[in-house]
Design a protein. Structure first.
Length: 130
């Protein structure tokens, strides 16, 4: 997932069994990248919780006790986020190296794309000649 995003856009990874949001990456109205996460390892043990939206201007990396990279946020806004997301049962939901993403059962991705400011054009009614 690329970090450089339009203000107001977001992507959330949700455990569809529990409705828990595991990872959310969003761009604030000023374009600042904010990350919220609750990361579990492959055994279902909570490794780290971000305690709400956080900015990581210097980047961040979260590893499990097994030294598996669960989340890597680059310092560069043009960089790619990589992740390996498990739920509280230890089930692998999704993983990405930043370029290629694998989705497994139990994950729901929620996101938005803000409009450019103009509403979509309405279809014009057909002209009937009299």
């Amino acid at each position: 997932m690329k970090l450089g995003r339009r203000p107001g856009s977001f992507t959330s990874f949700v455990d569809s069994f529990t409705e828990e949001t595991i990872l959310r990456v969003e761009a604030s109205s000023s374009g600042e990248i904010l990350v919220t996460f609750r990361l579990y390892d492959s055994h279902g043990v909570l490794v780290q919780d971000s305690d709400g939206c956080q900015s990581y201007p210097a980047g961040a990396e979260v590893r499990s006790d097994d030294d598996e990279v669960l989340l890597s946020v680059p310092a560069d806004d043009d960089g790619y986020v990589s992740y390996c997301l498990y739920n509280a049962s230890g089930t692998l939901l999704t993983r990405s190296d930043g370029m290629r993403t694998q989705l497994f059962g139990g994950v729901r991705i929620v996101g938005n794309k803000p409009l450019s400011g103009r509403p979509p054009a309405a279809k014009a009614a057909p002209v009937v000649a009299e």
